[in-house]
Write a protein that binds this ligand. Structure first.
Ligand code: PLP
Length: 339
């Protein structure tokens, strides 16, 4: 099976499993799990912050950040494609009692002017603009990413206007291997950062929330009330440490695979509107008579899985468990499809 559905489908490598089995563990709710503590220390240092918190998912790290940065009746400003708006079950309203103010960026990427226009003036009848969230890379935007210059302009504006800035960095390392910026270059510009270990980095479970000491202390309380306090989580955290040590640079391979698939798709008459491929996500439309159903059925006959991303839209995601040889097989199958 060649699974291009998502980069979340990876299974631990032999080396990662070995690191997990060898982990020293304790009860993390009492902060006595040395492996979780080591992962948190490693991640916060990497991103130039004081502290970090290991959580079960990226949805939880984002939702905790929204909760800690805002009060009910505030609003968060983000792009319309944002994961926090699209795919987190309206958790901003449920957990934090806040509204959302959407920007229309380019493939999910916004600039300081768009943020400035979105900030509401203070009136009794308006929500208070309290927080800006950037997503880097942007999933729905086809893996698009920010330049450090744009991030810095947005940061400057947020400081001037007294707004907090959170990074949904579920796939931040996919951006960093392309831009060449360090995690600290980007990390320093944000009040808080969410990083997924279970996407391209290949860990089975886990995300990190990173920020200063007082932010993370409050975040730890919110994680507990959400039911995210785990016990001997070091077995999982060990996979995260292994991923940070071994699986960052290789993300470039996934990007090259996505580029290759994109060039092949461009030659096929049943494909249109291939979104610019920046990292490991490839989004394209099918031309009728090709449909999602018959295209995916054809792929399935050849042991290939992909996901539906709109009425005539398909998404491929490349990752650790998709080899060069598998990419060649996908190319072969794509060329055979006749709608
Ligand atoms: C995957 C993802 C998340 C969080 O996902 P979980 O499945 O809850 O870990 C957050 N933001 C973005 C952009 C993502 O792609």
């Amino acid at each position: 099976m060649i699974n291009l559905t998502s980069d979340t489908v990876t299974k631990p490598t032999a080396g990662m499993l070995q690191a997990m089995m060898a982990a020293e563990v304790g009860d993390d709710v009492f902060r006595e799990d040395p492996t979780v503590n080591a992962l948190e220390a490693k991640a916060s240092a990497m991103f130039g912050h004081e502290a970090a918190l290991y959580c079960p998912s990226g949805t939880m790290t984002n939702q905790i950040a929204l909760k800690v940065h805002t009060r009910p009746l505030d609003e968060v400003i983000c792009d319309e494609m944002s994961h926090i708006y699209q795919y987190e079950v309206a958790g901003y309203a449920f957990h934090s009692g806040i509204g959302v103010n959407l920007m229309q960026g380019e493939n999910g990427i916004v600039d300081a002017l768009m943020v400035e226009k979105a900030i509401k003036p203070l009136h009794d009848w308006l929500p208070i603009s309290k927080l800006v969230v950037l997503e880097n890379t942007c999933n729905k935007g086809g893996g698009s990413y920010y330049s450090l210059a744009t991030i810095r302009e947005i940061r400057r504006l947020c400081l001037e206007k007294g707004l907090k800035l959170h990074l949904d960095g579920a796939r931040i390392f996919n951006a960093l291997v392309e831009t060449g910026d360090t995690p600290a270059d980007v990390g320093r510009e944000f009040d808080s950062i969410s990083v997924c270990l279970s996407k391209g980095l290949g860990a089975p479970v886990g995300s990190l929330l990173i920020g200063n000491q007082s932010f993370i202390s409050e975040a730890r309380r919110v994680r507990k009330v959400m039911g995210g306090g785990m016990r001997q989580a070091g077995f999982l955290a060990a996979a995260g440490i292994y991923a940070l040590d071994h699986h960052i640079e290789r993300l470039k391979v996934d990007h090259a695979h996505a580029q290759h698939l994109s060039r092949v798709l461009a030659e096929l008459n049943y494909v249109s509107n291939i979104r610019p491929v920046k990292t490991n996500i490839l989004i394209f439309d099918l031309k009728l008579p090709a449909t999602n159903a018959n295209f995916l059925a054809f792929l399935a006959e050849h042991q290939i899985k992909a996901s539906v991303f709109g009425p005539q839209t398909i998404r491929f995601v490349t990752h650790l468990d998709v080899s060069q040889q598998m990419i060649e097989q996908v190319v072969h199958v794509l060329r055979q499809y006749k709608p």
